[in-house]
Design a protein around this ligand. Structure first.
Ligand code: SF4
Length: 180
């Protein structure tokens, strides 16, 4: 039995049995059941609403259900400009999310700071937390958001179980910058 290959096993069993690996099955389930935490700070939020609405229908990808508690979300969608004052809050939200978790940088402001090349703006959220997918644009069109989501699905499907533990953010911005 141990010498039989997977294709020989599938030919023998026909369509009665699906042969797969645990990792493949778990990743398939995960990539079609994202729970999005929308961290929305600026104008990109308007286009995010469009992408999430019925016309573009993110529910087709299993990603239409936003959660407003980071402990119940696994996809952090960072939408809009992030200032240094907001940075500790973003890092705290990321750290509160359970594993496995993924991050999407939505729009050029989150990707690189965009045209806000000044003292108050974070020059890309990947200086604070790990980012899985970057979606460019000011703002990105919904088609680009869908494309980014599909790329994230491909990434999730290719992960191994050891990829899932990312740990806390490598950077802890000073809390003294928060004045709210
Ligand atoms: S990328 Fe453009 S639309 Fe999005 S938050 Fe920045 S300025 Fe606004």
């Amino acid at each position: 039995m141990s010498d039989i290959t997977q294709s020989e096993l599938e030919m023998t069993l026909g369509n009665n049995v699906i042969v797969t690996q645990m990792t493949q099955a778990v990743n398939w389930a995960r990539k079609y059941s994202f729970f999005i935490y929308p961290f929305i700070t600026a104008c990109c939020g308007m286009e995010f609403m469009s992408a999430a609405g019925p016309r573009y229908d993110l529910d087709r990808f299993g990603a239409a259900f936003p959660r407003f508690s980071p402990r119940q979300a696994d996809l952090l969608m960072v939408v809009g400009t992030i200032s240094h004052k907001q940075a500790p809050i973003l890092v705290k939200v990321y750290n509160q999310m359970a594993e496995p978790k993924w991050v999407v940088a939505y729009g050029v402001c989150t990707v690189s700071g965009g045209f806000y090349d000044n003292y108050s703006t974070v020059m890309g959220i990947d200086t604070l937390i790990p980012v899985d997918v970057y979606i460019p644009g000011c703002p990105p069109r919904p088609e680009m958001v869908i494309d980014g989501l599909m790329k994230l699905q491909d990434k999730v499907q290719a992960e191994t179980l050891s990829d899932h533990v990312k740990g806390p953010a490598p950077v802890t911005p000073p809390e003294r910058l928060v004045n709210i």
